[in-house]
Ligand binder design. Sequence first.
Ligand code: ADP
Length: 382
Amino acid sequence: MAEVTLDNVTKRYEDVTAVDSMTLDIEHGEFVTLVGPSGCGKSTTMETIAGLTLPTEGTVHIGGRDVTNLPPKDRGISMVFQNIALFPHMDVYDNISFGLRLRKYDQEEVDRRVEEAADIVQLEGMMDRMPSEMSGGQRQRVAIARAIVRDPDVFLMDEPLANLDAELKVHMRTQLQRLHKQLDTTIIYVTHDQAQAMTMSDRIAVIDAGNLQQVASPLECYNTPTNLFVAGFIGSPSMNFMDGEITEDGFTSEYATIDFDPTTHDVEPGQRVTLGVRPEDVHLERDQSDAAVATRTFNVVTDVLEPMGDELFVYLLMERDVEASAEGRGEGQLLMSVGPDTTIAEDEEVTVILDREKIHLFDTNTGDAIVHGLEPKSVPEP
Ligand code: ADP
């Protein structure tokens, strides 16, 4: 059994705290992805699990054993990194079996393990190829096979798909999931790409500035993000945000008011809140049946359209004179995702509604989520 536990792990480099009191329990057999923007501390966390760096404080346990001060080779782990280093003068068989031969496994055992690993990553028939004769994806599969033959308790993968082209990335994503299904091992995976994290993992650990923000299933992070950071980071394109204030009647901002009863939503009049709604939860009024419970309508003007094939992104200006920001969405701009066949033009006046059940409220000051989904507004007695 190879559960991995980080207990209060902190890693400081002079004045940089790369990892800040991180506590994380990963169960045996789980596929957990550490995800966050560049520089947030993902690799450093991974290096402390691998034993490539020692934490300044805290402990690491693998399979119930305190490995905090053990070298990598004694931890029962195998690593696959972004920059795969295959031996250029060795063929596939020799590359995969190198570690086993170094450890003096007998030939029969080496052959058995290499064959099994090659089968899992679909490299059969390529044993004699040299790395220079292979594509990037094939080379990456050799690196993964080399990790598999060691029969590790835990796989550590740090951006292993980063150097592959988009199509191959998607292909390797499914391969890695299959690998996880076949091998009874724990996989810890690092990526800055939230799409990779969402598609492959049992749970994702979202990190910002060395701090864990949320550890939960991909859908939980998507549907009930714990704070503004997770809400903005998970999901592409990202959630729309509007800064405003709570009133006696609900939410108000420069561009929008939405009615609800503050007393049933854990907010108080005067409180500064940020309203969040995902692009797919903004609907044209004429398609309002797409929303479970609609808010009041908003008159907006369409700005730029982005047809993606399977969906259509429509940038909306909540007022005509809103300045479109060069750096994405600013205040008063809203991104709507609609069906690809929707008839809509640029600079068109349209009426949209939001899905009340999909509106999130966050405390603007702390960033913490307050409410996921507004209740349907009770109709006042006549
Ligand atoms: P990520 O993998 O999320 O991109 P890293 O773990 O590589 O982030 O880095 C986290 C922070 O720690 C960054 O600010 C980085 O500059 C710093 N850092 C990482 N390694 C070192 C090191 N060896 N010396 C000094 N600072 C480092």
